[in-house]
Write a protein that binds this ligand. Structure first.
Ligand SMILES: C[S@@+](CC[C@H](N)C(=O)[O-])C[C@H]1O[C@@H](n2cnc3c(N)ncnc32)[C@H](O)[C@@H]1O
Length: 214
């Protein structure tokens, strides 16, 4: 992977973090906002659908969508440790046949990926510097539904994320977090013909599902 942020992702989402995430997922299940996204997608109907889960971490959405009737899940994960954790967890839960994990930066791999019925990015947009490419390329691969969780573009998040970045800078990590503009994300989704069918927000996050209009 070429980008500086991708080096940061490798350092940030490392083996120790993956182990902690697996433990948390096994004991507590999906996080609150991930569960909102899962419920909203399931409500829209995912039976027989193919899923492309970008930056899926340990695979919570993949397992939930397969349990809800999705046919296959393709995970694209930029972190080596999380790609391995997703593969291990899929095997552990008996989904090896249905789950394919690809390691790499989605933006670099996008051209090699087929369109999928459902595309998800759960807390991924805030980990990537080039929102325009990430959202445009991923939305362009969603033939039915597009689900996202990303931070609200509000002043308290701006302060919190800048503070986090200060700590990364002090720790000499190339990893940064980003609050991308709501209007910027919305403009791209409008352009590719995705209409919002679900929206919920917490103090920090917004969860949205979009459907293809045609
Ligand atoms: C904050 S974690 C979220 C993991 C999981 N989706 C969740 O909500 O628990 C962000 C994940 O996105 C991955 N990621 C960030 N940018 C990516 C990209 N361009 N391509 C693929 N994966 C990416 C990171 O490696 C990391 O696993």
């Amino acid at each position: 992977m070429k980008c500086c942020q991708c080096e940061g992702i490798e350092r940030q989402f490392n083996a120790e973090d993956a182990e902690n995430e697996i433990d948390a997922y096994r004991t507590e299940g999906p996080t609150e906002t991930t569960q909102y996204l899962i419920d909203a997608l399931t409500e829209q109907g995912v039976d027989g659908c193919t899923l492309l889960d970008i930056g899926g971490g340990v695979g919570a959405i993949q397992h939930a969508m397969l349990s809800a009737g999705a046919s296959t899940a393709t995970a694209v994960e930029a972190s080596t440790a999380f790609a391995k954790a997703a593969e291990d967890e899929a095997r552990e839960l008996g989904w090896s046949e249905q789950v394919e994990v690809r390691h790499g930066d989605f933006v670099e791999l996008a051209e090699t990926l087929e369109p999928h019925d459902v595309v998800t990015l759960d807390r991924v947009i805030c980990c990537y510097h080039d929102m325009e490419s990430l959202v445009r390329l991923s939305a362009g691969r969603a033939t039915k539904l597009y689900g996202v969780v990303y931070p609200r573009d509000v002043w308290w998040n701006q302060i919190a994320f800048r503070t986090l970045n200060l700590f990364f800078w002090i720790g000499r990590s190339p990893f940064r977090t980003f609050i991308h503009s709501d209007a910027g994300v919305q403009r791209i989704l409008d352009q590719v013909g995705l209409a919002r069918v679900f929206y919920k927000r917490t103090f920090i996050w917004q969860v949205a599902v979009y459907a293809q209009e045609n």
